[in-house]
Design a binder for this molecule. Sequence first.
Ligand SMILES: [Zn+2]
Length: 272
Amino acid sequence: MRILISADMEGISGVSRWEHVSMNDSEYQTYRKIMTEEVNAAIRGAFAGGAEEVIVHDGHSRGQNILIAELDPRAELSKGTCSPYCMMTGIDTGIDAVFTVGYHAKAGSAPAILAHSMDDHILSYRVNGLEVGEFGLSGILAGRFGAPIIYASGDQTFAAEARELYPEIIVTTVKIATGYYSGICFPVESNRAKIEADAKTALERFRAGAGPKALTIHTPATLEVNYAQPFSAEKAAELPFVKRESGRTVSIVCRNAVEVYQFSAMMSRYTG
Ligand SMILES: [Zn+2]
């Protein structure tokens, strides 16, 4: 049983401002340590639940957040950009199931701490008409490799989004968002214990044949990207395979879920 843990930072305990997740800010060091410990809790849960191998991908920003010297040595760490599967690097290494730690709700959700989809200038992604954020895109990609996301952590609005895609997923709610920059944050120590216990339960259920199933999408799939500014759509539409649908919106026909994922990451670079 090989598990991929895809880690982001906005949904980590206590995070409620961009400054907490931005490399050059004074508070960043505190939160990257908390992130590392929450990933460690998920690793302990994975091994306690029957995992034989765990690979962690550091998926926030440039992928340089997790403190390697403090990471549980039983896990491999994938880090840095650009990697072929972005936040899900490692998914092509024989993964049976995926955990996400510290993910956030999709752009436009409320109340949801730091809700966004890849880039602040993207209002939404739609795959075959279904609006998805980073979690949904990760799930679609994982589905192509036959793996479901069986465990996640984040705020309560993210949790609801995760359950819409995978009704049987186990989610640890580490904070209750009251706004974009505000929330009731549960203590770090108790969140860590909950993450470990919930991750263990999720994997035990999966190994027993219960829990979420891998997502599948109808292909060819249509990926729609709705930008905040028409200029972004204009720039993206310079690429021959991108069709301008309206002032702010472009679409791409994708042959499979890997293309859906890679094109959504690529389209997030056409915003400025
Ligand atoms: Zn992030």
